[in-house]
Design a protein around this ligand. Sequence first.
Ligand code: NAG
Ligand code: NAG
Ligand code: NAG
Ligand code: NAG
Ligand code: NAG
Ligand code: NAG
Length: 542
Amino acid sequence: MMFWTLLGILCVSTSVVISNPYRVNPGPLVTATRGEPWPQPYQTTKHDGFLILRPSVFQILITGETCDILEDAVQRYTAIVTLEASVASRELRSAPRAHARQYSSFAGNLASLNVRLINPCEDMPHLNMNESYVLDVRNTTEAGSLMAKSIWGILRGLETFTHLLSRSGDGPNLALKCQTIIDKPLLQHRGLLLDTSRHYLPISDILRTLDAMSYNKMNVFHWHITDDQSFPYQSTRFPELSAKGAFHPTLTYTRENVQKIIEYARYRGIRVIPEFDTPGHTRSWGESHPDLLTPCYNDSTGAPDGTLGPLDPTESKLYPFIRELFAEIGVTFPERYIHLGGDEVPFDCWASNPRIRQYMHEHHMNDSYEQLEAEYIQNLLNITRDLNMTSIVWQEVFDNGVHLSPETVVHVWTGNQKSKLAAVTKAGFHVLLSACWYLDHLQNGGDWRKFYACDPLAFPSTVQQRELVLGGEACMWGEVVDSTNVHPRIWPRASAAAERLWSHERNPSVIYAAQRLEEHACRMNRRGIPAQPPNGPGFCIQ
Ligand SMILES: *[C@@H]1O[C@H](CO)[C@@H](O)[C@H](O)[C@H]1NC(C)=O
Ligand SMILES: *[C@@H]1O[C@H](CO)[C@@H](O)[C@H](O)[C@H]1NC(C)=O
Ligand SMILES: *[C@@H]1O[C@H](CO)[C@@H](O)[C@H](O)[C@H]1NC(C)=O
Ligand SMILES: *[C@@H]1O[C@H](CO)[C@@H](O)[C@H](O)[C@H]1NC(C)=O
Ligand SMILES: *[C@@H]1O[C@H](CO)[C@@H](O)[C@H](O)[C@H]1NC(C)=O
Ligand SMILES: *[C@@H]1O[C@H](CO)[C@@H](O)[C@H](O)[C@H]1NC(C)=O
């Protein structure tokens, strides 16, 4: 009793001491919008009135070209409309007074959304896919219309359509504001990196992440599949790599698993770009192929100290091995782009090794280990070029002066982002940005704002330089995330990056974004993505 009394006093005095308006005012910190899309479309024209969608009669109709991708999408988005309707009807029972009319006037019923795809479907998503679409929901007829030249635009438009739906206050019926949306992305590469080496992620979590990416119009799954800690990729040519290098024999990705992930992504217009990071970040390779790694030496004893460092570029077996492994990767992953890593190569082990020092001496490398790294990457780039792959490399490869072919993409992840972007594009290379979107860098619950503040095109540049920005990626490094926390850590924080990569507004309103993100996080929750609350106190209705 005494305890509770004291606690009561403490609580009262705390609420007096802290002058935080959000503690004294009831209700959510940020009021969610209703029926506003995320990311913000290129151009929205709102018309008078609102339409009512009755889920019992509503249909998505295909009126143009079609294919398996479109038919699957119509099923998925029909299911989402049904889900929204069932949440709307449940809410009416639980909170009948909560509804306030937000729209001026009833303008008619929406019996169908007519989907007109103009060109036949492309088979696989690719860097230059056309994601633009026109979505029109008006009071003139009972049918809304969605039109795009390309299947990828149709997918993005269906996503937007479901974002316009909100509860009508009348059972399961949904309301949408009459409007015309003309939409297209700002940048063509809008990615999310998942790291499956530091912690293994089950296939179901990867598929769920692909779903969530499609809800945010992200279109590249950058799969950082191997690293020092484990090698979960099951190679058909070198099965020993995962047999010995995975955390556990069950914690691997088989060829069938990989194909399933690529197919699931394809249906959502998402490319799957694998990263096999070398010559550093390869310790797990040594569990089965210790001879490919550099033996580190003890400087005082002059003998191997029993540890292994990066790949050993002086080892004659290395390049034939790399060639075979990457040839297999090229067959397994249909995507033309491959990420070669090349970051954070530690030089101390190379420097300790007498054979490497001898090699450098013979090749006049003057003890510059950057030169040795550059030589390795050059060889690797030649191998991937012969395999018709286009390479993406982390920024160190560019910094070390490796001779890169013109189509190589440089991925900026650290340092002064603006000067890096300027330097890479000045040299004429395509660039991807991640430096401002490291999801493992936590601040507080509402830290999506720092990700939202990043404008990928804000750096000293000419128009030609800005055209070399392909886009960027939010990175979810896996040291302290696994199946238990990966989704709430990514979402809705990565949604901030998704909007900055899609939307054309260069100075967006953060207050309006907070309101839309409040709605969007709840929308993801309803669809089974455990996105965390973006802004602080508030509520979602499930
Ligand atoms: C239908 O939309 C037009 C403009 O698009 C508007 O002038 C008219 O008032 C609307 N009708 C209703 C019933 O909302
Ligand atoms: C992309 O599609 C839109 C319509 O969906 C079309 O207007 C535009 O011309 C297309 N762009 C290209 C480069 O084909
Ligand atoms: C190198 O060897 C010496 C002598 O055995 C030992 O004391 C020292 O800890 C070793 N250094 C490293 C970095 O292993
Ligand atoms: C190594 O150093 C010599 C003499 O300083 C210089 O002439 C040569 O260009 C250097 N080699 C490389 C590959 O940098
Ligand atoms: C890579 O290929 C180019 C062009 O064929 C060649 O000139 C160069 O020597 C090769 N580099 C290495 C390190 O093999
Ligand atoms: C690469 O492309 C060229 C030209 O399109 C083709 O001749 C060659 O067979 C391809 N090589 C591989 C490994 O796919």
